[in-house]
Design a protein around this ligand. Structure first.
Ligand SMILES: [Zn+2]
Length: 288
């Protein structure tokens, strides 16, 4: 299996780490449904799971039959899958906020050593602007959907997407620029990722390499919107340590590039998603 390389356009005026986290999470949601790890599109799936948790209190204890017990267990499993998706999305958000993410990959398979499919997302780190806030420059829903659509309908992925994939586990690994990781700080803080040896994918694994390309039409040097906001400036001062390396990257991008390429490390998220598929008869409709 040769690996597939494809470019995905990210159309936003200023590229922030917040926008990147949104895109990566949207790609995860799309892949989960596209690769049969959740039975409904993510937002619909989440809607039902939330509805169940509200209804839970209304269930009477008296008429518990084997059917209602079966449905209860199914809903419990579906809820667990939904919780782990939320946790992984939160981890992605935090990681982009605090660390210099070079690339990340989602592995579909029973272990991280035996993935059947791998989706690696390459981040255009040199394009990231740290002087602008995500809130001021979010990616529009229309542009985000356009990016997702070009992934899901990409001709090179047709063979992969038209094959079946049974419910399995989904793991997340992150390639982080090393000079920003302070191990001492991390051992005190709540650590949710663990360092790992980078392992190459097994030959049978379908290997998809997604390159995000920033295609916004405004040159960021001409924008002074966020720098003028006093509130944002205070925020930057507070987080100076976290952002020091990224700020440096903006002022001297070539120098940073060399460092970035030399000192990347792979980390593994300590949470994973277990794909959910409903069991048994179709007449037991849990999605109602
Ligand atoms: Zn701005």
């Amino acid at each position: 299996m040769h690996c597939k390389h494809l470019n995905l356009n990210v159309e936003v005026d200023v590229l922030t780490t917040g926008a990147l986290a949104d895109i990566v999470n949207a790609i995860l949601e799309s892949l989960l449904f596209q690769r049969h790890q959740i039975p409904l599109v993510y937002k619909t799936y989440r809607y039902y799971v939330r509805k169940w948790s509200e209804e839970e209190n209304e269930l009477s204890e008296e008429n518990v039959t084997s059917t209602t017990e079966f449905l209860r267990r199914q809903k419990e499993n579906a809820t667990k899958t939904n919780s782990s998706i939320s946790a992984m999305k939160e981890l992605v958000r935090k990681a982009f906020k605090n660390k210099c993410i070079k690339s990340l990959r989602f592995l579909f398979g029973s272990t991280t050593y035996t993935p059947k499919e791998a989706y690696t997302i390459h981040i255009p780190t040199e394009e990231i602007s740290s002087n602008h806030s995500h809130e001021q420059h979010p990616m529009t829903i229309g542009n985000l959907n356009q990016t997702l659509l070009s992934l899901l309908t990409h001709p090179d992925l047709y063979t992969i997407f038209s094959s079946n994939l049974n419910p399995t586990n989904i793991y997340l690994e992150l390639e982080i620029s090393k000079q920003i990781i302070d191990l001492k700080t991390m051992s005190n803080a709540k650590v949710d990722i663990i360092p790992k040896e980078f392992c190459t994918l097994p030959p049978s694994c379908k290997d998809v390499q997604i390159h995000l390309l920033h295609t916004g039409n405004t040159s960021s040097s001409s924008l002074h919107c966020c720098k003028d906001l006093q509130v944002y400036k205070d925020f930057m001062d507070l987080h100076l340590e976290d952002n020091a390396a990224t700020i440096e990257a903006d002022s001297d991008s070539n120098k940073c590039k060399n460092i970035l390429y030399k000192t990347n490390e792979w980390w593994e998220a300590d949470i994973y998603i277990r794909g959910f598929k409903e069991q048994g008869s179709k007449c037991l409709n849990m999605w109602s």
